[in-house]
Design a protein. Structure first.
Length: 522
């Protein structure tokens, strides 16, 4: 079994851990307290995707699906190869509403996946599309079956699903799936060229499994620091970007979910799901030394961010809060505040940005929250922007003339870029939008002047000219996604995930399968 798949199974930390998980957390919840208007979401719930009621019979078998309301004659155009992203609509609201996952399919006998499950049964012909996946859990075998009912368009499939545990049905619902492929006529690259590509691999350890899944990168002191779920921290000398040189790997077998990385001076900060923020001494940049973790105790920190003498960490458990540290002494962070959005009731903050004494936090379904930092030890909420089925995940903010403009992106089906005027945080307004494909999520972003660099999962790296914020215009791209790469089809959250533009003339990105890619703008 390819390691990247087994890693996804081992990393069954709460599925609500945002990016880099095998499936999405439930979508559709609203905060306990309604705060401000709610605008249109990334997608609209138009009801079930198909009509194929479940019959009595063996759970997860083809025979349990009623086909009388389907249109089997449309299935002859189904392509049983490649990667499909999937939106699932549960029949019972108690399950959580909607989830996203993926299918990796092969008609030539290659490995096939339904998200984190191996395909154990399939039947595909001109009238039938049926797949069943299986994985072992601590409580017994778990299966999920997808039954195709109709194809509303090319490379699209709609139908029903059935989920079972120990042979007993636990949930059911309908789904829509779309095949991942480039836009018609789009080249692999435009305006960006690949300088080097480095798979996460420790030449001193023959076990390739310790590579894990790369998710974020930070570049400082002519070194690239890549954190990898299940693989820890990989360090590369990138003085010559065309040939990165492996320096070391830092790995802790009992602490494997490292999701974010940042640096200040001689300190490197890594977000850990078990131990908060890990602080490394990088006075020798090729040999980081762990000196402490903050705060003390078990804390799930998802991302980190540094601004001046402040370090921020997005704690999802136990606080569901932004942790604020004084780092005048970079190797000795001092916790000075915790910021929680009013009415937040979901999985907590996912990412953040600071600009001109304001804190901008992506609080998932609670929305995009702005706080004042005039007193860093007491951030105060100034306003928020919310949209239906919100999955607010990442953002960047800049000044455009006399306006403060925020670029905000969710993470899920239909997630795209929103351009917001946040000059008056009590009255945030939507002034523009930009999107690629409904079935491919946006992820992280970096704003440099009037260029926005976006890590866009299956759509790779996208560079936007945002000099006119209302109308972002794509000026360059590099498609990192290749359906044949190992691990594709195991997750909706697949492709380009982390991105940095440190000002050395290169764009550094990490792809969940391909590792560290260094690009140059043409």
């Amino acid at each position: 079994m390819p390691f990247i798949r087994s890693l996804l199974l081992l990393l069954a930390l709460p599925l609500a851990l945002s990016a880099c998980k095998d499936e999405s957390p439930p979508q559709g919840q609203e905060p306990e307290v309604p705060l401000g208007p709610v605008e249109a979401g990334d997608w609209e719930d138009t009801g079930p995707f198909a009509e194929c009621p479940i019959r009595s019979g063996e759970c997860g078998s083809l025979e349990t699906f009623e086909v009388s309301a389907c249109a089997p004659g449309t299935l002859s155009g189904f392509t049983p190869d490649g990667v499909y992203t999937v939106q699932m609509r549960y029949a019972s609201a108690s399950v959580g509403g909607f989830r996203t996952t993926a299918m990796g399919l092969s008609s030539s006998g290659g490995p096939e996946f339904l998200g984190p499950m191996d395909v154990e049964a399939r039947e595909v012909d001109s009238d039938t599309v049926f797949y069943r996946g299986r994985r072992e859990t601590s409580t017994g075998p778990s299966t999920r079956s997808f039954f195709g009912c109709r194809m509303p368009g090319a490379d699209q499939l709609q139908g029903c699903f059935d989920e079972c545990l120990n042979g007993k049905r636990t949930s059911r619902g309908t789904f829509q799936a779309r095949r991942v492929s480039p836009a018609p006529g789009e080249a692999v690259a435009s305006g960006l060229s690949l300088i080097s590509e480095t798979r996460m691999k420790n030449p001193n350890i023959p076990l390739a499994g310790l590579a894990g899944m790369p998710v974020d990168v930070y570049v400082t002191k002519k070194h690239a620091y890549v954190v990898s779920l299940g693989g820890g921290l990989f360090v590369y000398d990138v003085e010559f970007p065309e040939r990165p040189v492996f320096q070391t790997q830092v790995y802790r077998s009992q602490d494997t979910y490292w999701n974010g990385v940042w640096a200040k001076g001689d300190a490197l900060y890594v977000a850990s799901a078990n131990r908060g923020i890990l602080v490394f001494d990088i006075r020798d940049p090729g040999a980081p030394t762990l000196v402490r973790n903050v705060p003390a105790g078990a804390t799930n920190v998802h991302t980190v961010f540094v601004s001046g003498d402040l370090l921020f960490g997005t704690a999802q458990e136990p606080d569901s809060a932004v942790l604020v540290f004084d780092v005048k002494e970079p190797l000795q962070p001092v916790l000075i505040a915790k910021f929680q959005a009013q009415g937040s009731s979901d999985v907590g903050p996912h990412d953040l940005f600071t600009f001109e004494d304001r804190l901008y936090v992506n609080f998932w379904s609670t929305g995009y929250v702005v706080a004042g930092l005039e007193r860093p030890d007491a951030p105060n909420e100034l306003g928020r922007y919310r949209y239906e089925y919100a999955t607010s995940h990442a953002n960047a903010v800049g000044r455009f003339g006399d306006r403060l403009i925020a670029f905000e992106g969710g993470e899920g089906w239909g997630a795209h870029l929103r351009v917001l005027d946040v000059t008056d945080p009590a009255h945030i307004s939507l002034i523009g939008e930009w999107r690629t494909h409904e079935h491919i999520s946006i992820h992280n972003m970096v704003l440099v002047g009037t260029k926005l660099y976006v890590a866009h999962y299956h759509d790779g790296v996208r560079v936007l000219n945002v000099s006119v914020p209302e109308t972002p215009r794509e000026v360059a791209h590099f498609n990192t996604f290749r359906a044949t790469d190992e691990g594709r089809g195991t997750s909706f959250y697949d492709g380009a995930v982390g991105i940095r533009v440190p000002g050395d003339g290169y764009v550094y990105t990490v792809d969940t399968s391909r590792g560290l890619l260094i690009l140059r703008e043409e």
